[in-house]
Design a protein around this ligand. Structure first.
Ligand code: 9D3
Length: 256
């Protein structure tokens, strides 16, 4: 996959390209990442990329021309068609399914805004879609683009180990993770759940599934579509709920 990013801060992308999962994917040639700086396409003596907003108000607005030239240069750098995606708080909120859809594309063209905003005419003229990473304010599109690049890189064939990617399709989809434990067996008086030491792999898998279902029910009930669970999942969840209720009653009698 090829990813072109239009940004006033290309160093930000360069930093990302050297780290962790993405760094390895780039080193292995599975992701090709290139930054395009609108400042290099500004035609005036001061290389300006922003100006004051018509109608007044605080802050500056990114002007059309340098952005348009940078976007077109990025688009023309590869013969394959690319949708132009603006990272924006007004965009469609991304989730794992959206990342899977993006990961299937041969290339991405991500545009990052800075300042108060971007001249609307640039958006009308050049942008095909807008993406947000969530309902909070960050200072510009670069961090959001980095989130997309990381999530999409993990989904490229061969970027993660086979084991992990297989798990991702079935399990990570829609459920929270189960708890994890490592050595020592007892830490601070807290023991590792006995089943994890049993060597009974089927029982361990059942316990993990039960924990994943139970935690999703407790922490993110909106993710749990009970009607889509298997019969075995429903039984595991019921057992978790029963144990949870029993514990709540036991501690309630001492605390209340
Ligand atoms: C406080 C400024 N806001 C006034 C209502 C407008 C505003 C301008 C620019 C808010 C954020 C930004 C910069 N953010 C992004 O470019 C951005 C973003 C985000 O802030 N949240 C979630 N996803 C994204 S994607 C790009």
């Amino acid at each position: 996959m090829r990813v072109d990013v239009v940004t006033l801060f290309p160093e930000f992308l360069q930093a990302l390209a050297g780290l962790g999962v993405i760094g390895r994917a780039i080193a292995d040639g599975k992701i090709e990442l290139k930054a395009w700086n609108p400042r290099e396409y500004a035609s005036d003596r001061h290389r300006s990329v922003d100006d004051r907003p018509y109608g007044g108000g605080p802050g500056m607005v990114m002007t059309v021309e340098p952005l348009r030239s940078a976007i077109r240069a990025a688009r023309d750098a590869d013969p394959r068609p690319a949708r132009t995606s603006l990272m924006s708080p007004q965009g469609r909120r991304l989730d794992q399914q959206a990342m899977r859809d993006l990961a299937k594309r041969g290339r991405l063209l991500l545009v990052c805004g800075r300042y108060e905003g971007i001249d609307e005419r640039l958006i009308e003229l050049e942008v095909d879609e807008e993406f947000s990473i969530g309902d909070y304010v960050i200072s510009g599109g670069e961090l959001a683009a980095a989130v997309v690049i990381d999530a999409v890189a993990r989904l490229q064939p061969g970027v993660l180990g086979d084991e992990q990617s297989a798990e991702q399709d079935s399990f990570m989809d829609g459920l929270l993770d189960h708890p994890h434990y490592s050595r020592p067996e007892v830490e601070n008086g807290q023991a590792v759940p006995e089943v994890l030491l049993s060597g009974d792999h089927a029982a361990i898998e059942r316990w993990r599934r039960k924990q994943a279902l139970g935690r999703t029910w407790l922490r993110r009930p909106e993710l749990l579509q009970v009607e889509r669970l298997t019969e075995e999942d429903r039984i595991l969840l019921q057992a978790f709920q029963q144990e949870f209720e029993t514990e709540r009653e036991a501690s309630g009698e001492t605390r209340n």
